[in-house]
Design a protein around this ligand. Structure first.
Ligand code: GNR
Ligand code: NI
Length: 168
C-alpha cells in the first residue's frame, strides 16, 4: 500500500477524460487499495483515479463518520442510469481544490451501475451524501471539477488560492 500524491488545480491532467477499465484484476485492486489509503490520509470521503494521475474509470469512497466503522466502497466503470428531477444544494469541497468550499446544485437521487472491488456488477440507488459524492466523483472521470459549476470569478479566485497554498 502507498500514499500517492494528489494533483491540484490547475494541473491539466485533471481535465482528462478517464477510460473504462477492461478487467478488474489484482493490479487494479492494488491501485484501488492505494487510492483508499491516500483518501483516508488526506482525509477525504471520495477519490477518483485521475486525482492521482491515472485516467481510468475508478473511484473509491467512504462515507462513514470518524466514530463509525470504516465502510470502503469501490466503483469501476460507473454509469448513472437515471437521475431524479429534484435538485438539492450541498456544500462541496475537493482534494484537488484544497481549502475551497462552495454550494453546488445536483439531482437529489441517482440510479447507478458499476463493478465492485471483485468485478461484480452492482445496480443501486444513491441519495443524500452518497448521491452528491458519486456525482462529484463521476464528474472527475469526465474532467469536470465542482468549481466548474461556479461563476468564472469564483473559479479563478479558487485556482489562484490553491496555487498560492500549494507553493507555500
Ligand atoms: O472529501 C471530499 N468531500 C466532499 C464533500 C462534499 C462533496 C464532495 C466531496 S468529495 C471530496 C473528496 C474529493 O475531492 N473527491 O473527488
Ligand atoms: Ni474531488
Amino acid at each position: 500500500m502507498a500514499i500517492l500524491p494528489i494533483l491540484t488545480v490547475p494541473n491539466p491532467v485533471l481535465k482528462q477524460v478517464s477510460k473504462p477499465v477492461e478487467v478488474v484484476d489484482d493490479a487494479l485492486r492494488a491501485l484501488m487499495d492505494d487510492m483508499l489509503e491516500t483518501m483516508y490520509d488526506a482525509p477525504g470521503i471520495g477519490l477518483a483515479a485521475i486525482q492521482v494521475g491515472v485516467a481510468k474509470q475508478v473511484i473509491v469512497m467512504d462515507l462513514a463518520r470518524e466514530n463509525e466503522e470504516k465502510e470502503p466502497r469501490f466503483f469501476v466503470n460507473p454509469q448513472i442510469l437515471s437521475s431524479n428531477d429534484e435538485r438539492v444544494e450541498g456544500e462541496e469541497g475537493c482534494l484537488s481544490v484544497p481549502d475551497v468550499f462552495d454550494i453546488v446544485e445536483r439531482p437529489s437521487k441517482v440510479r447507478l451501475r458499476y463493478l465492485d472491488y471483485n468485478g461484480v456488477q452492482v445496480e443501486e440507488e444513491a441519495e443524500g451524501l452518497y448521491a452528491v459524492c458519486i456525482q462529484h466523483e463521476m464528474d472527475h472521470l469526465k474532467g469536470v471539477l465542482f468549481i466548474d459549476y461556479l461563476s468564472r470569478l469564483k473559479r479563478d479566485r479558487a485556482v489562484t488560492r490553491v496555487k498560492k497554498l500549494v507553493r507555500g
